[in-house]
Ligand binder design. Structure first.
Ligand code: 3PG
Ligand code: MG
Length: 400
């Protein structure tokens, strides 16, 4: 691929390959609920172990704030890696301060082993792109392969600094993602509608300001929508909402208006008093929301409004569920819109590209994951790619 080294450019035989994966997969009750990010890296793992290399998986998981926290241990995803690869997988714990034991465990593992190292975010140096931590990581391998497109928007030690310390290349999943996105969205057919939802409000809100300049319509749902509704002076009760981002939200709506992008916010919502499956709930118009309620899904009128907007579009990009889809019945809005977009795609009326850990899980839950034009493992990285930004994890792999 233009500008990149790939596995074709490296001699993997017998090498210790540090494979930056994105094992940040959705987990509920200690079980991986959607293994797409793991399944996509299997081709790279196979190429490594076929020639007696050691596939040493490096990844973050969740946001443990720079210190070890059992809740965020990568040990819990090991069974899913075993299942996806059909191969035994070793787990090597570490706090990333002293890696002598890790090095020994890697050296002791037989050729062709698959190993998972502990969460890179257990050390504060990871998110700081710290040179010392990257050096420590580099001491554990001969080659660096990055297959974590979905984390490529982060300039972290394991995605950026490390890439400069060893012979580096993109893995097969990274290569495939970049090719597919270029094909589907390089020059998207207009009008383009973007659907952005999910709970990572503060880390995604800024990129909406750029996105509104690139798309004709922006649907905001999920936790993200509440911040906008609040900024407009509407009652959001006890919902997830970042009130201090009101100014940002208002600025985005102004930018959208100037660039001719229509912003579509929920006009009704399903709210409950508890964040739990089948919690007693009611549908409210956005002008009559229960001040004690928590918004957990978009309402049926909003769904109709979103469907109508999809009818106007030639291309759909989607990141972030519209509600708390992991709990029934608060999956209804996300499922209805997912099915509708899939049907429009099938009818040849829509190019549909969706991405993100939870988004992929939601599409799978709706039974339409295979009916979208393309499904990316990446959420934030995918949106930043859409904005035309250089992704640090990708830039670090460019041939100079
Ligand atoms: C993701 O899930 O989008 C990636 O794994 C990055 O995670 P982060 O938003 O916590 O950096
Ligand atoms: Mg995620």
């Amino acid at each position: 691929m233009a500008g990149f080294k790939t596995l074709d450019d490296l001699d993997l035989r017998g090498k210790r390959v540090l494979l930056r994966a994105d094992l940040n997969v959705p987990v509920a009750d200690g079980k991986v609920t959607d293994a797409t990010r793991i399944e996509r890296i299997v081709p790279t793992i196979r190429e490594i172990i076929k020639v007696d290399g050691k596939a040493i998986l490096l990844s973050h998981f969740g946001r443990p704030k720079g210190k070890p926290d059992p809740e965020f241990s990568l040990e819990q995803v090991v069974p899913a890696v075993v299942e996806a690869t059909g191969h035994p997988v070793g787990f090597i714990p570490t706090d990333w301060n002293d890696v002598a034991d890790v090095k020994k465990a890697i050296d002791d593992a037989p050729p062709g082993s698959i190993l998972v190292l502990e969460n890179t975010r257990f050390h504060p140096g990871e998110e700081k792109n710290d040179a010392e931590l990257a050096k420590r990581m580099a001491s554990l391998g001969d080659i660096y392969v990055d297959d974590a497109f979905s984390a490529a928007h982060r300039a972290h030690a394991s995605t950026e600094a490390l890439a400069h310390l060893l012979p580096a290349a993109a893995g097969r999943a990274m290569e495939a993602e970049l090719k597919a996105l270029e094909q589907g969205l390089g020059t998207p057919k207009k009008p383009v509608i973007a659907l952005v939802g999910g709970a990572k409000v503060s880390s995604k809100i800024d990129l909406l300001a750029n996105l509104v300049g690139k798309v004709e319509a922006l649907v905001i749902g999920g936790g993200m929508a509440n911040t906008f509704l609040f900024a407009l002076g509407l009652e959001v009760g006890k919902s997830l909402c970042e009130k201090d981002l009101s100014d940002t939200a208002n600025r985005i709506m102004e930018t959208a208006e100037k660039s001719g992008c229509s912003v579509i916010l929920p006009i009704d919502a399903v709210a409950a008093h508890k964040f739990a499956a089948n919690a007693p709930h009611r549908t409210y118009g956005m002008d009559a929301m229960d001040p004690e309620g928590m918004i957990l899904d978009v309402g049926p009128q909003s769904v109709d409004r979103i469907k109508a907007a999809i009818d106007e579009a030639a291309t759909l990009v989607w990141n972030g569920p519209l509600g708390a889809f992991e709990y029934e019945p608060f999956d209804a809005g996300t499922v209805a819109v997912a099915k509708y977009a899939a049907a429009r795609t099938k009818a040849g009326k829509l190019v549909s590209v969706a991405g993100g850990g939870d988004t992929v899980a939601a599409l799978a839950h709706a039974g339409v994951k295979d009916q979208f034009t393309y499904v990316s493992t990446a959420g934030g990285a995918f949106l930043e790619w859409m904005e035309g930004k250089t992704l640090p994890g990708v830039a670090a792999l460019m041939t100079k």
